[in-house]
Ligand binder design. Structure first.
Ligand code: DP6
Length: 360
């Protein structure tokens, strides 16, 4: 599948060397992307909050080379990472047609995360979007006429080919990816800003990430998505995602927090239910994940506060809550939930405005 819109005209002249730098945030899905077709096309639409504090910063240096093929070195916090190479090599080969300069340069990729590497927080969304943005910055250096709109659109398109959820990490703060009949402009190819009215209740929404298990992911996302092929409940799940998107459109407009909570928690549990009912099957929650969920439900029933949770494909818990209730809920997290986190660690985050170029 080739998308002509993103194939550049031949560059007038290649620079000998240069540098690009971007920081890109992580994101947390409310309606989950789980299952994909060829060419990184999602099986269903998804929507996410862009985060503010969990970020990857990437500095990309490039220098002309004469050898064939791709050539790069990748560093995380200054330490060379041989095991990152296959994924980046695959990314480069998927996107070379859209960025023909890729084989003309040797690259040094220097990356760092604001969150600890071994936190169980997926760095693929922020990492791949930061890299895609740096590559777009190089394209802009080679062709300064590129518009801001095209820059972001192509960055999202490229990031998706690195990691699906990365295409939702370019802009803030509510992003849709995947074609949906009732969301104007939505596309399987790129993440787009949610185009409709959003109630005050959802401004500055908080996400505190409780680090239950900082280990490596038990199931890689590639393996996880593949489990949806021939899954007995796949079709119903994909339909459910479409109808949850419809329900969210109403909720985001009206500010109905109780319905928001029921959609978001059902999405999280459905994601895990899909994994528990696949072949082979997995349980990615840990005992502390359930302890947290049960305590959170008890606290919500007792106080009437609008605290809820969502999960990624792992054991960590994302606790979501509105700005107006933040003080009481943050206190509850510190005193009651932190004990269930590995070494008591959690990260306070909230809605953010998207990626930023870095001056160097
Ligand atoms: C559970 O984007 O990591 O976080 O496209 O294979 O790189 P790849 O998958 P990835 O999958 C993320 C899945 C999820 C849900 C979501 O973010 O929507």
């Amino acid at each position: 599948m080739i998308v002509n819109e993103f194939i550049p005209k031949p560059y007038q002249h290649l620079l000998d060397r240069g540098i690009a730098a971007y920081s890109a945030p992580s994101n947390i899905a409310l309606v989950k992307y789980w299952g994909k077709k060829a060419h990184q096309i999602p099986a269903n639409p998804s929507i996410s909050f862009t985060l503010n504090n969990c970020k990857t910063t990437t500095v990309l240096k490039y220098e002309k080379k004469t050898s064939e093929g791709f050539s790069f070195d990748v560093f995380l916090e200054g330490v060379i990472q041989e095991d990152f190479k296959p994924k980046i090599e695959q990314f480069f080969s998927r996107i070379e047609i859209y960025l023909p300069f890729l084989s003309a340069y040797h690259f040094v990729i220097e990356t760092s995360n604001t969150f600890p590497h071994s936190s169980g927080i997926a760095s693929s969304a922020s990492g791949m979007s930061a890299l895609a943005l740096c590559l777009m910055q190089i394209e802009q250096q080679l062709n300064p006429t590129i518009s801001k709109e095209f820059f972001n659109k192509k960055a999202s398109f490229l990031a998706r080919l690195g990691s699906g959820s990365a295409c939702r990490s370019i802009e803030g703060n509510l992003i849709v990816w995947g074609a949906h009949a009732n969301i104007k402009g939505s596309s399987d190819l790129v993440g787009v800003k949610y185009p409709y009215e959003v109630h005050q209740n959802f401004k500055n929404y908080h996400d505190t990430i409780l680090l239950v298990d900082k280990g490596e992911k038990q199931v890689s996302s590639t393996v996880g998505h593949n489990l949806m092929h021939n899954h007995p409940f796949a079709e119903q799940r994909f339909e459910q995602a479409h109808s949850n998107m419809d329900a969210l459109i109403l909720v985001l407009k009206s500010g109905d927090l109780n319905t928001f909570i029921s959609i978001v928690e059902r999405e999280a549990l459905t994601l895990h239910a899909m994994m528990m009912s696949s072949d082979p099957y997995f349980i990615l929650m840990k005992p502390n994940t359930l302890q947290i969920i049960n305590k959170l439900w008890e606290f919500r029933a007792k106080t009437g506060l609008h605290i809820c949770f969502t999960l990624d494909a792992g054991a960590n818990v994302h606790v979501l809550f509105p700005e107006s209730e933040a003080k009481q809920i943050q206190e509850f997290i510190k005193t009651e939930l932190a004990v269930h986190c590995q070494n008591g660690h959690f990260i306070e985050d909230m809605l953010g405005q998207g990626a930023q170029p870095i001056k160097i």
